[in-house]
Design a binder for this molecule. Structure first.
Ligand code: FAD
Ligand code: DLZ
Length: 508
């Protein structure tokens, strides 16, 4: 009997476990652009365009390889609302019985598929480097998880950057060398730009028509939409940017949205690139002497460490994870997260480039938009939804642990050992934003003060009952306690004024 083989929009990988288990001569691949997937949050226009175009290109690749593909376009009136309704329709059309699938990334869709009245066989997602069950084994019995220990196990397991039983160069982690601010450089590498082909142009028209009110700019659109083009982008990154990736990993520069970052997560998360292959390429670049060890190690740690770790946490924590709110933050997300209409130069840069490119690099996500939301006590679920909407690489399994756990400390410290709270001094050290800002980073409170400054101390003060037992914050609480009562009151007053302006929807 014919089986259906489900391929989702982030499963665009030739050796996907469901495809490997299927019979090309008999089974039918089902791919569907559906309303439920395109609207569970208000995705950035570029994210939808990338997904639909990459899906259409992958369907072509499969057809050329001899597969029968039943592809449902978003604007075809016969296309159903959900993945399940499409499977039911195709089962009837092809007289199919069972469905073969690869475990999907998100709890939401896992639940929808298990409720679908068809027999759906779920195979493990072998694109992950961590074998099924290995993260749960590592985590069992631990109250708190720390990426660094998981990462070391992954290095041992894969042999990446290992010399026998020891880490290459004698250290597991070269993060200490990776905190340099960057200087403007005319020779700054840029991510590869790909001209839209006819398939992408048709999708861009569709998105403009169907999603006019979604956030973000649709054009210019330059993402790769198939594996061959994504591999060319990766090759350019390894040749031009990886050598300085480590050194400037935490840097931010006005007018430089990408710096030395790879801008490959969008391809990696959709399945166009393979994580282990990227790690091996980074290792080879170091072994062949093209890049320093701190660059190769820094890059490999992000994928082999952080990416695998957050997937493990997401699977372990379950569907309620995105509702955690350990610090009890309730303020609404300010409207300027969508418009960039703010006087804070760092926030404006991060938000404007997010709306333009559906991309911001890690430090902007963590230490600018993330830290501001944390300090201002924004409801973490609203923060989570914003991140899930606006980044082209955002799928809940990778986004939620980064937002709920790492950035908003809403999981009570399961994932991170301390909140990523910082004042304007950090931003000034790592960027050139403060020089042209309407606020003064050197002013701690009162008129003209950088809002991050009073909000930082107010955050610590407000959350004292929950945070002051944290040894990593002890020094900061001692500094706060040494401040005289007048300075403390002024700081609280300044923070209250910023928060009142946020709540009133006034410009900050
Ligand atoms: P690079 O800086 O070049 O890093 C190399 C690769 O490492 C990335 O391509 C990515 O695959 C991986 N990586 C790096 N850091 C992380 C991390 N913390 N978790 C998982 N993978 C990581 N990443 C997503 O892929 N999707 C998201 O929705 C997402 N949301 C985030 C939200 C917040 C608040 C924060 C702090 C981080 C988030 N990240 C997310 C992680 C990280 O910011 C992005 O992976 C990275 O910015 C992607 O850009 P890049 O490809 O240029 O990365
Ligand atoms: C992100 C996305 C969008 C916008 N649309 C679709 C779609 O129409 N069809 C589809 O199969 N996948 C889509 N995706 C990716 C899915 O949301 C993703 O596969 C799930 O979130 C599971 O991780």
């Amino acid at each position: 009997m014919v089986r259906l083989v489900l391929v989702l929009g982030d499963q665009l990988t030739g050796d996907l476990s469901a495809l490997k288990a299927a019979d090309k001569s008999r089974d039918v691949v089902v791919m569907a652009e559906v309303r439920d997937e395109a609207s569970y949050v208000r995705h950035h226009k570029k994210k939808i365009a990338f997904t639909f175009s990459a899906m259409r290109h992958f369907a072509e690749t499969l057809r050329k390889a001899g597969w029968t593909v039943a592809y449902s376009a978003y604007d075809d009136p016969d296309t159903g609302r959900s993945i399940c309704s499409e499977l039911l329709r195709r089962a009837e059309e092809f007289g199919a019985g069972d469905v073969l699938s690869t475990e999907c990334g998100e709890h939401r869709l896992r639940a929808a598929l298990s409720d679908c009245p068809l027999k759906v066989e779920v195979l493990p997602d072998t694109r992950l480097i961590t074998p099924p069950g290995a993260f749960a084994d590592w985590a069992s019995g631990r109250k708190q998880f720390r990426m660094e220990y998981f990462y070391r196990e992954m290095r041992r397991r894969t042999g990446l950057l290992m010399e026998g039983d020891a880490p290459a160069g004698g250290k597991w982690n070269y993060d200490h060398d990776n905190r340099k601010p960057a200087k403007p450089d005319l020779l700054m590498p840029r991510p590869m730009r790909h001209d839209p082909d006819a398939i992408t142009e048709a999708v861009l028209d569709l998105v403009a028509r169907e999603f006019p009110d979604n956030p973000g700019q649709l054009r210019p659109f330059w993402f790769a939409t198939d594996t061959a083009a994504a591999k060319r982008a990766a090759k350019k990154f390894f040749a031009e940017a990886l050598p300085d990736f480590g050194t400037y990993q935490d840097a931010m520069l006005e007018g430089e949205p990408f710096l030395y970052h790879s801008v490959l997560s969008v391809y990696l998360n959709a399945g166009l690139l393979d994580p282990m292959e990227l790690c091996r390429q980074a290792e080879a670049a170091w072994r062949e002497g093209h890049v320093p060890l701190n660059a190769a190690e820094g890059y490999i740690r992000q994928i082999l460490g952080w990416r695998e770790y957050v997937r493990g946490i997401y699977d372990l924590e379950g569907p309620d994870y995105t509702r955690q709110n350990g610090l009890g933050a309730t303020r609404d997300l300010p409207g300027f997260y969508y418009t960039g209409d703010t006087d804070m130069a760092c926030m404006k840069a991060a938000i404007d480039q997010t709306m333009e490119h559906a991309y911001a690099h890690h430090i902007q996500r963590l230490m600018i938009t993330g830290t501001f939301a944390l300090l201002a006590g924004i409801d973490p679920h609203q923060v989570h939804e914003w991140y899930l909407e606006v980044y082209a690489d955002a799928y809940e399994w990778v986004e939620a642990p980064n937002v709920i756990g790492m950035s908003q400390f809403a999981d009570g410290g399961r994932l991170a050992s301390k909140p990523y709270a910082a004042s304007g001094a950090y931003i000034n050290r790592m960027s050139d934003h403060c020089a042209g800002c309407a606020y003064k980073v050197s002013v701690k409170r009162g008129q003209g003060a950088c809002p991050f400054n009073p909000l930082y101390w107010d955050f610590l003060d407000r959350n004292r009952a929950k945070l002051d037992a944290n040894p990593r914050l002890a020094q900061m609480y001692r500094t706060w306690d040494r401040m005289d009562a007048g300075a403390q009151a002024e700081t609280r007053g300044s923070a209250a004024a910023v928060l009142a302006r946020l709540e009133a929807g006034e410009r900050v």
